[in-house]
Design a protein around this ligand. Sequence first.
Ligand code: SF4
Length: 445
Amino acid sequence: METGCQGRSGPLDESLAPLSSAAALKEANRCLFCYDAPCTHACPTHIDVPRFIKKIATGNLRGSAQTILEANLLGATCARVCPVQELCEGACVLGASHEPISIGRLQRYAMDSAYRQERLGVQPEKSTGKRIAVIGAGPAGLSCAGELARRGHSVTIFEKRALPGGLSTYGIIGLREPMEIALAEARMIEQLGVTVETGAALGDPLDLAELKARFEIVVLAVGLGRTPRLNIPGEEHVLDGLDYIERSKTSLASFRTGKDVVILGAGNTAIDCATVARRLGAERVTIVYRRTEREMTAYEHEYAFAKGEGIEFRFLAQPVRVLSKGGQVVGLECARIRLGAADASGRPSPELLPDLNFTLPADEIVRAIGQQKPSLAATLPLKTTHGYITVDENFETSIAGVFAAGDCVRSHGAASTVMAVQDGKLAAAAIHAKLTDAQAAGGRV
Ligand code: SF4
């Protein structure tokens, strides 16, 4: 498995070098192998962290990867994109007095070694003859499909894009996760017996009634929608943040950035867009956000990273108009903001201060202000909660036999790759229980 750090060093290649064997061994031997380890509790997929680290310490890298894969089929992705400072490493007991164990890098070390040797050791059980359709090949869909295939079910994933992997493939900067990592994981899920049909979206040409007739169970793992619009004059000149990152991964050779780039928003995607612009030659990159650093959704370590890259921040500013000349962006007019009472999100609401507008020079503007709610939630006859698909404790929607998992069901709280993986895993367990119970009762689901 190529990691992006081997034999080349482009501006967007994976930022952290892989651990050498000696460094991995040394780090693994620092672990206290805690009983009832807090790192395992802090991991949303509950990987047995001391167990996989112990196996690295004893030279059993295949066993280490197997331990990770038992809890998380996308262990190579999560090793790279999880905010480990907030999760496992943040909970490590050594963090109080020393450096916490580098759990993410050790996980990557074990997973990359297993992929390189093509010795992942995940085997499907005997075929059950049950057919399941999964819509969407992002982290939730792949995790769900893989866990179902492991249990012997016959799974087909329908993916609207040309490649599987969802945001891991297209929407996370290569410096954090190279495309080939996401694609290698999708191939591993296929090797479990899962069929992946790309270029096939629900409704185009698939329809839910037809899928329900062909498959015992349908799982919706459709993620979220596109970046919302700003609805300001001149918006047609503003680039979409997810497209911006995608181009940096799929068309790097022809990617041209502006000199003076303004990024709108202050979440993970905004930081990724700003990093792309900076690393690919922008002289000045400014993140514009209508609240302050206290409310931004980017993590503290991402904020520190961005500042280290020389990215500037303009807080308490809201875009009101894109300025252009002859079709070329020349600036962004912003209003100044003061923070008022808490809004529905629990964060202070931004209030425009009149007559204090200012202009930022810009020749490229990118909007990275989150993603819209899943459009399917509105078009299918499904119960929804604030625009997200409603599911019960078993991830079953209001239509019997139709399940949903991942970002499309997360009506509150932050969405993340690892939570989508865990959703997929839990949904698979619930589906398996439903299919097995139905089989025991001698009936169809
Ligand atoms: Fe090892 Fe830290 Fe987890 Fe304890 S908390 S098992 S020291 S990684």
